[in-house]
Design a protein around this ligand. Structure first.
Ligand code: IMP
Length: 436
């Protein structure tokens, strides 16, 4: 069995971690292919809550190969602290691998991220301030420092000096910041290299080997489709390609290795940070979704903006990722809301209507979701384990989404716990094939 890519179909925070954690049971490997510690996954297992930012969600399965791919940007301090935390919790880390070719987030990237946002003022992007954008910018400028460089002091020192030199004017306000001292930075990073050495590897062959054996490999995306640097709501996006297509470059496999692409979407919409959000509810309903869905960021603790499900954006996500299935999460959050609304098209100034996602920034900033109403349900759905256990109106909500998107809903989340999930027939087929 096949390569399965998991991507966020909205603006991130769709609940990818829980699905990847569940799929990891059947997988030989879980590979993250982009983003960095701007991501955050919360997994509730046996009543214990685990939070990850960099390490793939499969790590709780003892010895599972969990790979941080070359497309990820790695803050070594964060990675080491996650390793230490998991080790303290008794988690087996023998399967953890970090690509030697992944780029590093350096102390100056954090400062540049902060300074860049401060410079933008009211026009800020609302980044996570984890240094993601500056690290990817250095990668593209051929000034990046890679995980493998941590192992060679001479190369490391030269590369840090070369990377910092053109940044001097931008870092002027931070000249006295001890984290920018070249000597100290080199020493610290050599020490990080020693700590990480057991995990550093040439990672693409790990994927090839599992795929050659016909085993399930899960490629775990971070953020979401609409935060993609090419196809998202630029410039209010992250600095990597978040789409399924990025799994190939970010993990080192060819497109023919990908058999299935599942998009994860909440049963409603959320967004953190600035930028267009056509179905945003800036009212009591928005506040209700935020409370019921605990919509506060894992990484930054920021309150998420909330709104109705946006089927225009999801139809776009289906096309641009080539989705073969949709994982619908947090359906339980909608319990008790009647009627529900979902956007099927956008309206713009002067009566304009849009059935598909507008490519132009000025248009996108002014459209609003035009919704249709669907009847809600009051029953507690957290114990539903098959679609038949759901109230008729919840089934109708799912059926409406499937009809609008033209792809099957493969799993439905009905509560935060690991077991609070419905696997539909489509998902069962995939899981059985993986186990075979
Ligand atoms: P950056 O990735 O920190 O540069 O932030 C750029 C944009 O992406 C901001 O709007 C962030 O709020 C958003 N973002 C980055 N990572 C995540 C995530 O994991 N979930 C949701 N939004 C994210």
């Amino acid at each position: 069995m096949p390569g399965l890519v998991i991507v966020g179909a909205q603006w991130g925070d769709e609940g990818k971690g829980k699905v990847v954690d569940l799929l990891a049971e059947q997988a030989d490997a879980v590979i993250r292919f982009q983003g960095g510690n701007n991501a955050g996954h919360t997994i509730v297992r046996d009543g214990e809550t685990f939070k990850f930012h960099l390490i793939p969600s499969g790590i709780l399965h003892s010895g599972k190969q969990c790979v941080i791919g070359n497309g990820v940007v790695v803050d070594p301090r964060v990675l080491i602290s996650e390793i230490d935390g998991l080790r303290r919790g008794g988690v087996d880390l023998s399967g953890l691998r970090v690509s030697a070719n992944a780029h590093l987030i350096m102390p100056y990237h954090l400062l540049l991220d902060q300074a860049g946002e401060a410079r933008l003022g009211k026009r800020e992007i609302g980044t996570t301030k984890r240094g993601i954008g500056p690290a990817y910018a250095d990668k593209a400028s051929r000034l990046g420092i890679r995980v493998q460089d941590l192992l060679d002091e001479k190369i490391l020192r030269q590369k840090i000096a070369a990377a910092m030199e053109p940044k001097a004017p931008l870092l002027r306000d931070f000249v006295k910041d001890p984290s920018l001292d070249l000597h100290q930075m080199t020493e610290d990073h050599r020490a990080y290299g020693d700590r990480l050495a057991p995990y550093i590897a040439d990672t693409p062959p790990l994927a090839w080997e599992a795929l050659d054996k016909g085993r399930l490999v899960v490629f775990e995306g971070a953020q979401g489709t609409l935060l993609d640097i090419d196809h998202g709501t630029y410039p209010f996006v992250t600095s990597s390609n978040t789409l399924a297509g990025a799994a190939c470059a970010g993990a080192g496999v060819g497109p023919k290795s990908i058999d299935e692409v599942w998009g994860i979407a909440k049963a409603y919409s959320t967004r953190v940070g600035a930028g267009p959000f056509p179905t945003e509810l800036d009212d009591e309903m928005g506040a209700r979704l935020r409370e019921a869905g605990h919509e506060f960021g894992t990484t930054t603790g920021r309150a998420r903006r909330c709104g109705w499900l946006d089927l225009v954006a999801l139809r776009y996500a289906v096309r641009i990722n080539g989705l073969t299935g949709l994982v619908l999460t947090k359906l339980d959050v909608l319990t008790g809301i009647d009627p529900l609304a979902v956007a099927t098209e956008y309206s713009g100034p002067e009566g304009a209507r849009f059935a598909s996602f507008p490519y132009h920034q000025s248009v996108l900033h002014h459209v609003r979701g035009e919704t249709v109403e669907l009847p809600g349900w009051d029953e507690d759905i957290s114990r539903a384990r098959s679609l038949d256990d759901l109230p008729a109106n919840a089934r109708a909500y799912i059926a409406f989404i499937e009809e609008q998107l033209g792809i099957p809903v493969v799993t439905v989340g009905v509560g935060p716990g690991r077991e609070e999930i419905i696997w539909t027939n489509a998902a069962d087929e995939l899981r059985e094939a993986a186990a075979a």
